[in-house]
Every structure is written in structure tokens, then in C-alpha cells.
Design a protein around this ligand. Structure first.
Ligand SMILES: [Zn+2]
Length: 250
């Protein structure tokens, strides 16, 4: 199982990264986890535009889903004819929200390009991956993910405030890709995002093998995020996500 970080900028694109998007590959199957602003551009550095087999969205904030509009254009108006429909697993209401975002009448909205499946908490098979989803702690319905294949596992927090559900999802995972939107400080907003230290505490509770901090907001000092997370004793290394970084879990 291989993870390629396409976009890891939090809340809006940064100078060096699009918003959230992660490419997971196993057995030749390619799955995109989130498709935030700007991700379709950077994606093309790593994989053919039409080589994606499935898209999974965590939630309907623009920095996690809006480039589905760009990808709809790329698939629908390809000079050789529309590309075959691919599945999109996403929260309830995604098909309508995306149609509205692009100004498309419904029907069909984007349903001729994408086969939308409404997510529920639980486990399903997507290609070669066993995919488990759980509700996170965020102002809109948000799913964290755990993907397993060949004895390896990656958990993804999506956006979340503190929640025991995240440690449950990431239990014993080889890698936890965890949002760290905030830095330590007074008057932090509740039930919205994690600090880097809280991300590390969740990784410690889960016993995750390694922690990769992501959803890094351009106005934060990334070195400070890493320093704050490093103050928590962890089972494995902690590092920062970066657009273009590839992590091969074997
Ligand atoms: Zn969000």
C-alpha cells in the first residue's frame, strides 16, 4: 500500500500545496481520499488524470471536496468522449451539493460522471482496500477513514476536534495521517480542529506506528507544529505532510 500526499494545506491552498487530497494505491487500484481546492492540478504530477478508480470524500467543506468540480470537467468533456463513471463515496447530500457548486441542473447533476454512494459508519470493500469509516467531531457530518490492505493500515482523521472515535479508528495502524490545524494557545475553538499536540495524543492513544501531521494551515509555523507534537511520547516517528511526499508501507 502506497500513500502519495497530493495536497495537505489546511482550510485553503497554500503556496506549496493544494488543499486536502491523498492518493492511495494497492494492487494497481488508485483511490483518492478527499479532493480539495487545487488538488486536480498537482494530482497530474503523480498519476494519469483518468487512472483514478474511486474517490472518497470525508466531508463537504470546500477544502476537502471542491475539486470534484474540476475533475467532473476533466472526465466529462475529454475530447475522446466522456470517461466512464467512477464511484464517489461521500456523506449524504454530496451529489446535490456538487451539482449546486457547479451550477448544474438536477438531474443529472454530476451523476453521469460519478456514481455517488452515501457513506455510513462501518466497513466496506473498495477495490482491494478494506475501508472503515467513523464519524468525527466537526461542525458538518465528517468521516474519518481507515484503509487496510495486505496486513498494512492507514488511518485518516479528516477534520475533527478531540474524539475517542479517532483513536478507535487508528488503533494499531501503521500510519495515522492526522490533521493538526491549530497550535497550542488560549481560547482554542472546541469541536472543530486538533492542535498538533492533540494529534499526537490521539496517535499515542491509538498506538499508531507513525504519525504524519497534515491539514497544515499556511498561517501557522510548521516547525512549531512538529515541535509541539514531538513533546508527546509516541510509538513511532512524527513528521509533517508535504505535497508530493510518497510513503510506501510495503
Ligand atoms: Zn472541515
Amino acid at each position: 500500500m502506497r500513500l502519495t500526499i497530493i495536497g495537505c494545506s489546511g482550510s485553503f491552498p497554500g503556496p506549496d500545496s493544494p488543499a486536502s487530497c491523498y492518493l492511495l494505491e494497492a494492487d494497481g487500484f488508485r483511490l483518492l481520499l478527499d479532493l480539495g481546492n487545487g488538488a486536480v492540478g498537482a494530482l497530474q504530477r503523480h498519476v494519469g488524470l483518468y487512472d483514478i478508480d474511486a474517490v472518497c470524500l470525508s466531508h463537504l467543506h470546500a477544502d476537502h471536496c471542491l475539486d470534484l468540480c474540476a475533475y467532473y470537467v476533466a472526465r466529462t468533456f475529454y475530447p475522446g468522449g466522456p470517461r466512464p463513471r467512477i464511484p464517489v463515496y461521500a456523506p449524504a447530500g454530496t451529489a446535490s451539493r456538487m451539482a449546486q457548486a457547479y451550477g448544474l441542473p438536477e438531474p443529472p447533476g454530476m451523476t453521469e460522471a460519478f456514481e455517488f454512494t452515501t457513506l455510513e459508519p462501518g466497513t466496506r470493500q473498495i477495490g482491494p482496500f478494506q475501508v472503515t469509516t467513523a464519524h468525527m467531531n466537526h461542525p458538518v457530518e465528517t468521516f474519518g477513514y481507515r484503509l487496510e490492505h495486505g496486513g498494512r493500515s492507514i488511518a485518516y482523521s479528516a477534520d475533527t476536534g478531540e474524539t475517542a472515535a479517532l483513536a478507535g479508528l487508528a488503533r494499531g495502524a501503521d500510519l495515522l495521517l492526522c490533521e493538526a490545524s491549530l497550535l497550542d494557545g488560549p481560547d482554542l475553538p472546541a469541536d472543530l480542529h486538533l492542535t498538533a499536540r492533540q494529534a499526537a495524543q490521539h496517535a499515542a492513544q491509538a498506538g499508531a506506528g507513525q504519525l504524519v501531521l497534515t491539514h497544515l494551515v499556511p498561517w501557522n509555523d510548521q516547525a512549531r507544529s512538529l515541535e509541539e507534537a514531538s513533546g508527546v511520547p509516541l510509538a513511532g516517528p512524527v513528521s509533517l505532510a508535504a505535497s508530493g511526499r510518497v510513503i510506501d508501507l510495503g
